[in-house]
Design a protein around this ligand. Structure first.
Ligand code: ADP
Ligand code: MG
Length: 232
């Protein structure tokens, strides 16, 4: 199955839609453990990504191009701590996409590189109640997938791992970012950045899961177009 630019473009569009749909909830969480701008930051990123995708050449088929455009949009247009981190993560994913194909090996390499980049720039460790707590489990889930694992299966595991990671952030005390100023009072609220990260992997899973049955069915099971004869 070729996983080309139309998939990564659809992935980014789904991510944009999910960021827009959750802006109010993410704002509310960041109001409890931060300064309340995370929803708006992710929304600003979503708007910038939407514009960047619209500016891609129609003939662009590289799987990396939509991811790279999205990464640049976050890096250039979004403030806060999360904007540059989301930009970096998307750029690492784009760098790891081999040629025109995107398989679970490319995704795993990209996600593992993204973990390293986030740690290098922000200094967080897993368990510090940051977006790393969703990104790192997702990267691990992808890295454990044997070569040849179907992308929809690999992404289902990654999305579930990211969601589990978000759940763990609810009980954690923040040790990085603004939430750490609250000390133990940060416990009880999930980390908004981790939710945003889980949205990224869920968007990937939803995109591939929606498109895969259609494409594999048309390859392996010819659809009968015979119209039943009716008595005249
Ligand atoms: P700010 O705190 O500057 O307002 P945002 O509201 O844009 O930043 O983003 C907050 C999110 O950034 C947090 O929920 C957390 O997931 C993430 N974050 C904060 N510090 C770090 C860090 N050092 N490493 C990784 N992620 C971080
Ligand atoms: Mg904030």
């Amino acid at each position: 199955m070729t996983f080309d630019g139309s998939y990564t473009q659809a992935w980014m569009r789904r991510f944009v839609a999910s960021a827009v749909a959750t802006e109010a909830e993410l704002t509310a969480f960041d109001q409890q453990v931060g300064d309340g701008d995370f929803g708006a930051n992710l929304r600003a990123g979503a708007d910038a990504v939407g514009l960047a995708l619209g500016a891609l050449p129609v003939a662009e088929t590289s799987a990396a191009a939509p991811l790279r455009a999205a990464g640049t949009a976050f890096l250039d247009e979004v403030g806060g701590t999360s904007g540059p981190l989301f930009g970096l993560i998307l750029q690492e994913l784009a760098e790891a996409v081999p040629g025109q194909e995107l398989d679970c090996v490319g995704l795993a390499n990209g996600a593992v590189a993204a973990v390293a980049a986030v740690q290098r720039v922000g200094g967080a460790e897993p368990g510090d109640k940051t977006l790393l707590d969703a990104l790192a489990p997702a990267a691990q889930a992808l890295a454990r997938c044997p070569r040849g694992t179907a992308p929809d299966q690999a992404l289902a595991l990654a999305a579930r791992a990211a969601l589990e990671g978000v759940r763990t952030t609810r009980v954690l005390t923040a040790r990085r970012g603004r939430a750490s100023y609250l000390g133990s009072r940060s416990a009880g609220v999930p980390d908004p950045g981790a939710i945003g990260m889980a949205l990224l992997f869920h968007s990937a899973q939803e995109t591939v899961t929606a498109l895969t049955p259609l494409l594999t069915a048309t390859v392996s099971e010819p659809v009968s177009l015979t119209v039943p004869r009716t008595a005249v």
